[in-house]
Ligand binder design. Structure first.
Ligand code: SF4
Length: 330
């Protein structure tokens, strides 16, 4: 089932698997591991959960019913890593197919397996063929889906309702992961700098994209490579969205973020016209400031001198990838 969530930058979470293995310092206090331990599960055993596919269709119908013409954000696999090597390429392709068939949901897929993400998304011919096969199978099994499954092979690629992101807890991991993300086709690309473990420079390396080659605007923003100020093209691909957050946790399970690190990234995004979302200050700062919310997430209790961090923006929406595609309504 889709879950309502306290994660401020999304509306729902759906997990098509559980379990993971740690790959970098950002994983040290993984909340998914804590959750698995609480339930007596072995975290390092990867457990695909194909029931999630039915959950995605169900949520798509619910959103269509309750908010016709609107979209909802879904953080896919908040408790595992979609590109963990234990998930087969076929499984991930089925996940992509269901995302294609539920275009009124905007999926946010975040990974620390940047190399596998790139390899998977750039294998376009195989992926489209595989998605078409999966859609055909669905059409045979579910006659009510037939109208939309036959559209899958014709959909523009990449899917505009699927946003891919990488985690970058430090400059080192920004260097490792962001260039791989930018080299992969994606509807939107984002980075999650959470838990923020050090200063991160995005601008110097061109990861926030470049100025419009025609009007030199670097502050208005771009949609699908088109400058929103002059409608010209000429920007190199960059991140569409940056999420920032300090680490939250209990006991000694959190590391402090410096507010100046966050301020610096917000300023870089402002300068480049890239959407930025400050999720939380983290437990160390929440304690220092005497906040009630242990994550430092409730902006209303932040002191006035943090006004410049009170920013929660989303990337420019993308037109649904198949406007003529019939929507499931039941
Ligand atoms: S990649 Fe994510 S889910 Fe996996 S161990 Fe690291 S923090 Fe946890």
């Amino acid at each position: 089932m889709a879950n309502d969530t306290s994660i401020a930058w999304t509306d729902y979470t759906i997990n098509a698997g559980r379990g993971c293995t740690k790959v970098s310092p950002g994983c040290d206090y993984c909340y998914s591991e804590r959750d698995d331990q609480r339930w007596g599960n072995t975290f390092t055993t990867i457990r695909p959960r194909p029931k999630a596919f039915a959950d995605m269709f169900a949520l798509s119908r619910k959103v269509a019913r309750e908010r016709p013409g609107d979209t909802a954000r879904v953080f896919l696999n908040s408790m595992t890593d979609t590109f963990h090597p234990a998930y087969s390429a076929d499984y991930t392709a089925e996940l992509m197919t269901v995302m294609a068939l539920t275009p009124n949901l905007t999926y946010q897929v975040l990974t620390k397996r940047h190399a596998r993400l790139r390899a998977f998304l750039t294998n376009v011919d195989w992926l489209r063929a595989r998605m078409s096969n999966v859609a055909s199978t669905y059409a045979r099994q579910r006659p009510d889906l037939d109208d939309i499954t036959r559209h899958v092979y014709d959909l523009p690629y990449p899917l505009s309702n699927v946003h891919f992101g990488v985690s970058a807890e430090s400059q080192e991991y920004a260097h490792r992961r962001i260039p791989k993300l930018l080299a992969a086709p994606a509807g939107r690309r984002f980075v999650s700098i959470e838990p923020m473990l050090g200063p991160v420079d995005l601008e110097t390396f061109g990861w926030l994209g470049g100025e419009c080659g025609e009007c030199q605007s670097g502050t208005v923003g771009f949609d699908e490579g088109t400058c929103l100020a002059c409608s010209g093209a000429g920007r190199r691909p960059g991140l569409d969205w940056v999420i920032l957050g300090g680490e939250s946790g209990f006991g000694t399970g959190y590391r402090p973020v410096e507010l100046e690190w966050m301020r610096d990234v917000v300023a870089q995004c402002r300068e480049a016209g890239v959407a930025v979302f400050v999720k939380q200050l983290g437990t160390a700062q929440a304690r220092r400031l005497g906040l009630r919310d242990f994550k430092g997430e409730g902006m209303s209790e932040w002191p006035a001198d943090l006004d410049d961090l009170r920013v929660r923006e989303f990337p420019v929406p993308v037109t649904l990838h198949a406007p003529s595609t019939p929507q499931l309504t039941k």
